[in-house]
Design a protein around this ligand. Structure first.
Ligand SMILES: Nc1ncnc2c1ncn2[C@@H]1O[C@H](COP(=O)(O)OP(=O)(O)OP(=O)(O)O)[C@@H](O)[C@H]1O
Length: 245
């Protein structure tokens, strides 16, 4: 099985403190990893390293078989075409329509306008966003904006999807529906998924693997089903990391 992600001994030093310590992770193609941890645990820093937006202070980050340290600008550009990302804080262009936002990742792609329009239509239908093409992001609910970001991340058919801050702006129904939809995508496209969240109630059986990150360290990494046998019940995790049951 092809390696989708390998992190070896990764450290990240930020503003005078070690924000990530000795992170080791390995994912195969088609794996689904949910990384949970409280605010400030280091989830976004870790996602930025995986996306090649920052370089680690130490250690190796290998994404879809490529060592990011060794990639030049062109190779990195090529690799990014195989990765989709939904980042925290919203990244839609406020002045552009939903359709123009969706087409952003395809602007350098060797595709005709007809092919681009078709790809956009498919992504919109997949996420039940039909009819919103000509709206500006601010006319949509927060949940719809997140789904447009997801549609944009998927439009170029990536091999790896990174979603930082999964439940931000999504209500419980949207969380359930989106998790189910991600599960189908993973199955149908053999997409590798890395999703982070800071809410313990998103600890779910949907993801195959769960990693618990706290103050820059991985406290647990394994099959969701092993969390409890490992002695870290969901209740204990909640009370240890989030202060109360
Ligand atoms: N650009 C930055 N400058 C200074 N410190 C930073 C920066 N980015 C992150 N940090 C610090 O690194 C640590 C990890 O932050 P990070 O944003 O990765 O946490 P997180 O787990 O994503 O939190 P949240 O759930 O709130 O998004 C925190 O102590 C944070 O203050």
């Amino acid at each position: 099985m092809t390696g989708a992600l390998e992190l070896e001994g990764v450290y990240q030093h930020v503003n005078g403190h070690m924000a990530l310590r000795d992170i080791r992770l390995a994912l195969s193609e088609g794996d689904w990893l949910l990384i949970v941890g409280p605010n400030g645990a280091g989830k976004s820093l870790l996602m930025r390293l995986i996306l090649g937006l920052d370089r680690p202070s130490a250690g190796t980050v290998r994404v879809l078989g490529q060592d990011l340290e060794r990639l030049g600008g062109r190779a990195m550009h090529h690799l990014r075409r195989r990765i989709g990302a939904v980042l925290q804080g919203g990244s839609l262009l406020a002045s552009a329509t939903v359709l123009d936002n969706l087409l952003l990742p395809l602007r350098d792609a060797p595709m005709s306008r007809h092919e681009m329009a078709r790809a956009a239509r498919l992504a919109m239908t997949l996420l039940q966003l039909d009819g919103l093409e000509n709206h500006r992001p601010r006319a949509l609910s927060l949940g719809q904006q997140r789904l447009v970001e997801l549609a944009r991340a998927l439009i170029h058919q990536p091999r790896l999807l990174v979603w930082d801050g999964f439940s931000d702006g999504l209500d419980p129904v949207a969380i359930r529906e989106t998790l189910a939809m991600l599960g189908k995508l993973r199955e149908n496209r053999r997409l590798t998924l890395i999703v982070t969240d800071n809410r313990p109630d998103v600890l779910t059986d949907t993801a195959h693997r769960i990693a618990v990150l706290d103050r820059g360290r991985l406290l647990f990494d394994g099959p969701a089903a092993e969390l409890e046998p490992a002695g870290a019940t969901r209740l204990e995790l909640r009370s240890a990391l989030w202060g109360r049951p």
